[in-house]
Write a protein that binds this ligand. Sequence first.
Ligand SMILES: [Zn+2]
Length: 292
Amino acid sequence: MAELAPTYRGRFAPSPTGPLHMGSLVAALASFLDARHHQGTWLVRIDDIDPPREQAGAARLILDSLQQHGLYWNETILWQSTRTAAYQQALTKLEAAGLLFHCDCTRATLGANGSCNGRCEPRQSSVSAPRALRVMVPPDTRIKFIDGIQGSCKYDLGNTIHDFVVQRKDKLPAYQLAAAVDDTHQKITHVVRGADLLDSTPRQLYLMDKLGSTSPHYAHIPVLLGNDGQKLSKQNHAPALAADKASVNLREALGFLNQPSPPQAAKTVTAIVDFAIRHWSIDRVLMADDTP
Ligand SMILES: [Zn+2]
């Protein structure tokens, strides 16, 4: 009997704070190509858990733009705004394990790395509203993983982060919690994303471990910088991608990922994407000098 290959499941999880730009196209494309090259499933999840930061209509613009660039997803889109009960369940589980505490720190009272360094933990009865929920990270907590691009990554989480927010003061789930819960829920096996999220990975691995979940493999691609040397982002108004330049955009993104150039005969988006799937190699994506 033929052995079944382990099922590859990847995902792209944009937050709807603005349209897709070249930086986010590079991340989406890398994740898509890695999944498709491995005959895997590629999911799109909309990280819409932070309404104050969202831009009306941005999710639709992102989805349209992905399709214009030939990046078609499998299965139904998961909207994180529909997942409140699952995040609450995870918090209940962490609470039952004695890992949560309330925190009313303000920016002024927080220590390095946004940690409250044991300030709130001993004074639970006097913590006042509005208060956040933090997960305890014992000082000896070390997280190690092998990144598909960055190589061996080691984090002294207990001494650098110590504790981190899992539910914000406004009762919204923190990104770290939502990402960990949903990667588990969607049975994601491979996360390919920008190196700007590399520092989040040990926190998500820590939460997955505490929630009893299997963690995916990670690969963090270099972050694309603009001409000013700043990360391209919605915050610094990176331009939205033009739909009529999809082929050009794809070629540029492939160049940045150090992948072979599709032949000039590949004129359509489909032809470029098909070529890129066949020739994809994550080993060609070079580490950038500017990784955090
Ligand atoms: Zn605190």
